[in-house]
Design a protein around this ligand. Structure first.
Ligand code: UD1
Length: 417
């Protein structure tokens, strides 16, 4: 079991580069299934979830090559593919569910293991299932698997999502591109990662309008062709580096970060007192004093991203003032607060609100990461804590951040693994 050991007190200075977004690349890889032939995805991050997704696609019969140096994945998709995603992979990565839509629309059938804690009809999968049923699939649960069938293909339909779920938007979108007729997804998610997959699908020959809005109109086509597509840069990783620069009172240039995808987090950092310069090739974030506390409310894009919530709680933990952070997407994300409290943070939670009273200094302690972003948040806290903090459970961090420790070292942090 790896542990990250981080000694606080060094302002981060220098340059880091962000690669493609985890939350996009996995879906782009799933979209490759829609077209027989060779798809190449570039700007692929070297993260564990890409390895898991590669294995999932191999078991479906695809040949997958991940060139780590070149940051590319090539996926050779045969005409006939398997349609089963096994529990041993899905259990490791909930995002495996993203093969459901492509499989059912291309092969007329999909058996995808249900991620832990979810069941058909439960919050977490209900919008995916309802959407596929609208498109004409039968969807049932069988021995822990979602079994979707559409032997005669899918047809277009009007799908209204109760909530702009990222995953459900992707499932319905990827199913609709090969369905007969027109599908309209209302209250669709608008995240930059949704725009990214729409752009790839359009390149493949899909007919989609309303990209980047909450109404997507998709006219199904007979077939799609494989393409080469570059993954959108990871705004969550970029945001993590930005918060790290602010917390440590450093000066960091985040190469390839796209400012337009980070309006709200950057304006919050500016409210906290940071200097933000947005350039065509990245973002520079610098800070010369203790941050001021900032309130945050997580919402679907363009609202504040839930995936940056722990990092902002970590920043507020050392800020001047009191902040209220409201989590509207995933309540379990506040579990991380108990670990932060071990470092001396003053945080109280009530339902989906966290009240953080900034302290002058955190003090090092052993802590445990409960998920990817919590792991990042704890390392950021360690960067400003007195003494040496040991962060356990760092395998979570590997799922979403590539070269996390070496990148921090290159910015001057005293950190090792
Ligand atoms: C994706 C991201 C995740 C990010 C989240 C919100 C990936 C791999 N993960 O997750 O990092 O935090 O978007 O930006 O891309 N919901 C339902 N029923 C459903 C689907 C979702 O009730 O059928 C609820 C969820 O419980 C949650 C909310 O909708 O409360 C948002 O979930 P969703 O947008 O679907 O997130 P994911 O796609 O799972």
């Amino acid at each position: 079991m790896s542990v990250i050991q981080v000694t606080g007190g060094v302002p981060l200075r220098g340059e880091v580069r962000v690669t493609g977004a985890k939350n996009s690349v996995l879906k782009l890889m799933a979209a490759a299934i829609l077209a027989p032939g060779r798809t190449t995805i570039t700007r692929v991050p070297e993260i564990l979830d890409v390895t898991i997704m590669s294995e999932l696609l191999r078991r479906l019969g695809c040949t997958v090559e991940h060139d780590i140096e070149a940051e590319t994945v090539t996926i050779d998709v045969p005409v006939e593919i398997e349609h089963r995603a096994d529990y041993d992979l899905v259990r490791q990565m909930r995002a495996s569910i993203c093969v459901l839509g492509p499989l059912v629309t291309r092969m007329g059938a999909a058996d995808v293991a249900m991620p832990g804690g979810d069941a058909i009809g439960s919050r977490g999968l209900d919008f995916h299932v309802q959407g596929l049923r609208k498109l004409g699939a039968t969807v049932e649960s069988d021995h822990g698997y979602i079994v979707a069938q559409a032997p005669n293909g899918l047809h277009g339909a009007s799908v209204y999502l109760d909530f702009p779920s990222v995953g459900a938007t992707e499932t319905v979108l990827m199913a609709a591109v090969l369905a007969k007729g027109v599908t309209v997804i209302d209250n669709a998610a608008r995240e930059p990662e949704i725009v990214d997959i729409c752009e790839m699908l359009i390149k493949m020959g899909a007919n989609i309008s309303g990209v980047g809005t909450s109404t997507l109109e998709i006219t199904g086509v007979e077939s799609l062709s494989p393409v080469t597509h570059a993954t959108v840069p990871d705004r969550i990783v970029a945001g993590t580096w930005a918060v790290a620069a602010v917390m440590t009172q450093g000066d960091v240039f985040i190469r390839d970060a796209v400012g337009a995808h980070m309006d709200l987090p950057l304006s919050k950092l500016s409210d906290a007192g940071a200097d933000i310069e947005i350039a065509f090739d990245g973002i520079r974030v610098s800070m010369d004093r203790r941050p001021t506390a900032v309130d945050v409310v997580t919402l679907p894009y363009p609202g504040f991203p839930t995936d940056l919530q722990p990092q902002f709680i970590a920043m507020n933990a050392i800020a001047d003032g009191v902040a209220m952070v409201t989590e509207n997407l995933f309540e379990a994300r506040f579990r991380f607060v108990q670990e932060l409290a071990r470092l001396g943070a003053s945080v109280r939670t009530d339902g989906h609100h966290a009240l953080i009273k900034g302290v002058e200094k955190l003090s090092s302690a052993p802590v445990e990461a409960t998920d990817i972003r919590a792991g990042a948040g704890l390392v950021l806290a360690g960067l400003v804590a007195d003494g040496t903090t040991m962060v356990h459970g760092v395998d979570h961090i590997d799922r979403g951040y590539c070269h996390f420790v070496p990148q921090l070292q290159s910015l001057g942090a005293i950190i090792s693994r």
